[in-house]
Design a protein around this ligand. Structure first.
Ligand SMILES: Nc1ncnc2c1ncn2[C@@H]1O[C@H](COP(=O)(O)OP(=O)(O)OP(=O)(O)O)[C@@H](O)[C@H]1O
Ligand SMILES: [Mg+2]
Length: 292
């Protein structure tokens, strides 16, 4: 059995009084796990804590037999982490910096290190630019470099914090494909505010906001729970406010200058609405709305 990540009653209040985590409980099995939440939800706080970079006020984290918070050294040996604000040394080449990270990861033997670094550069499709300076890399190339360094040392736990924010659609797809190729034995935690990242990739997910877990489970069963309760209508934008007064609005989206409105209702709301197949975006916004 590969190791699961268990997070128990994790709480954190910053010195300025912000409660970033409020008794977070999560059971994260091997495979891709999506941590979905809006800005300020507590995603990075949670990920930095699991990555042993900061301590919570209360609670525990285990990875299989490892007590993550007590045994940071053991955790770091099996951890790959791509932080939200991953910075590279612009004057170094991709090959040189990855080699440097490999030394830090404890891969001491030069020949072994060379093989590992070359293999990873090929895997993330940066082989042809390995001797170019990172300062000239696009956002997508930098993120692919970031996942290469996170995969050094064959980690059992990979944490990637909002890796697709700011990537163009093609680079986003490339990046998600790389993530999906990490073995099924590895716990991969992907934080994002992009619902499609989770819908496309993750077998399990949690939605967090205001430091609380609002929902957890399989995206598919969350979507199924909204079948027959999600309704759609196209309206002019000046009618949005009136609809907000009459209905539980899930989302409004501009399409070709008109507004597509989704509402939640246990029963047919009438008023010109038709039933629509729910998707994970409906789940996300319904969950956030119900918690507000
Ligand atoms: N070092 C800090 N000191 C004080 N407050 C902080 C600190 N780091 C984060 N916060 C606050 O804690 C809350 C959670 O922040 P966090 O960065 O964990 O959220 P997030 O879900 O990663 O957001 P984003 O999507 O914007 O990256 C926010 O209100 C944030 O302003
Ligand atoms: Mg963040």
């Amino acid at each position: 059995m590969p190791d699961a990540l268990t997070i128990r009653e994790l709480s954190k209040t910053y010195a300025n009084g912000v409660q970033a985590l409020r008794s977070v409980d999560l059971e994260i099995p091997p495979g891709m796990f999506g941590l979905l939440g809006p800005n300020g939800a507590g995603k990075s706080t949670l990920m930095r804590t699991v990555a042993t970079l900061q301590d919570p006020d209360r609670g525990g984290v285990r990875l299989g037999a490892i007590d993550v918070l007590a045994d940071k050294e053991a955790t770091r040996r099996v951890l790959g982490y791509l932080p939200q604000d991953f910075g590279v040394y612009p004057h170094l080449t991709a090959a040189a910096l990855l080699d440097h990270f490999a030394v830090l990861k404890g891969i001491a033997a030069r020949g072994e290190r060379r093989a590992v670094v070359d293999g990873l550069l090929q895997r993330v499709n940066l082989w042809t630019v390995r001797n170019k300076r990172l300062g000239g890399f696009s956002g997508g190339m930098k993120q692919r470099f970031g996942i290469a360094q996170a995969l050094l040392g064959a980690p059992k736990l990979v944490i990637v914090d909002e890796p697709t924010a700011g990537l163009d659609p093609e680079e986003r797809t490339r990046f998600l494909n790389l993530l999906s190729e990490i073995g099924e034995e590895v716990v991969v935690v992907l934080s994002t505010h992009i619902v499609d990242d989770v819908a496309d990739l993750c077998a399990q997910m949690a939605i967090i906001a205001g430091g609380r877990v609002l929902r957890r489970g399989e995206p598919r069963s969350a979507i199924d729970s909204l079948v027959g309760k999600t309704w759609r209508k196209v309206i002019d934008k000046q009618h949005v406010v009136a609809h907000r007064e009459r209905h539980t609005v899930i989302s409004t989206r501009l399409v070709g200058g008109r507004t597509v409105i989704h509402v939640f209702d246990e029963h047919d709301p009438g008023d010109g609405f038709t039933a629509v197949d729910p998707d994970l975006e409906d789940v996300y916004f319904t969950t956030l709305r119900q918690a507000a």
